[in-house]
Design a protein around this ligand. Structure first.
Ligand code: PRP
Ligand code: URA
Length: 212
């Protein structure tokens, strides 16, 4: 595992194998979507490692004893549309009591700046730990704008989960929001002239939804 105060990359063989399959141009829509959901679960395992627990007394078929159960702040999963949706849809199965928010945003292909078109967040987001999902952290423009939106709504504790990140995006998020930790399955080399992650996996939204 590579960990800095800013970025955690778990380096788990299962995660890396599934990510390699996602990168393969031969991987079709159905498999890509399933892989994105599985990778998201493995990322959530890492991103939620510091959730608080408290001992709760339970009776097993053989004994009564105290066992750890989740405690502390409740959770919110927030997807950056479209591509982040596959991540929240998957992760909510692990944490079914989490509320789910959506931020609609696409990247202008010319300027690479994010264009916001929708936001619907849990009303009590200030009291929740927020896990923001977007598979691709490229220039970082979308993530920074989404985090601004979350903070304007009162969010105090935000972690960003991405499948792929590049140093440019990590730096941009960290410069703008040093309190936000990032968990990513891999840190790729950088961006090409069109703002795509290299070697990357292509356009995540198009590959998840079969558009293009
Ligand atoms: C992609 C991706 C991120 C964004 C990352 O979304 O899902 O949201 O680009 O790029 P950035 O870090 O440079 O901002 P896209 O604009 O393709 O929208 P989509 O999810 O609707 O396809
Ligand atoms: N958005 C994507 O979907 N892929 C990239 O490589 C960069 C931004």
């Amino acid at each position: 595992m590579t960990t800095s105060p800013v970025l955690t990359v778990p380096h788990h063989p299962l995660l890396l194998h599934k990510l390699s399959l996602m990168r393969d141009v031969q991987t079709g829509v159905k498999e890509f979507r399933e892989l994105a959901a599985e990778v998201s679960l493995l990322l959530a395992y890492e991103a939620m490692r510091d959730l608080e627990t408290e001992p709760v007394t339970l009776t097993t078929p053989l004994a009564t004893a105290a066992f750890p159960m989740l405690s502390g702040k409740k959770l919110a999963l927030v997807a950056i549309l479209r591509a982040g949706l596959v991540m929240t849809d998957s992760i909510v199965r692990l944490v079914p009591a989490a509320k789910v928010g959506h931020i609609g945003m696409y990247r202008d292909p010319e300027t690479l700046s994010p264009v916001a078109y929708y936001s619907k967040l849990p009303a009590d987001i200030a009291e929740r730990r927020v896990f923001l999902t977007d598979p691709m952290l490229a220039t970082g423009g979308s993530a920074v704008a989404a985090i601004e939106n979350l903070k304007a709504a009162g969010a105090q504790s935000i972690k960003l989960m991405s499948i792929l990140a590049v140093p440019e995006g990590v730096k941009r998020v960290h410069d703008a929001h040093p309190d936000v930790e990032i968990v990513a399955a891999a840190l790729d080399d950088g961006l090409n002239d069109h703002g795509y992650i290299m070697p990357g996996l292509g356009d995540a939204g198009d590959r998840i939804y079969g558009t293009k």
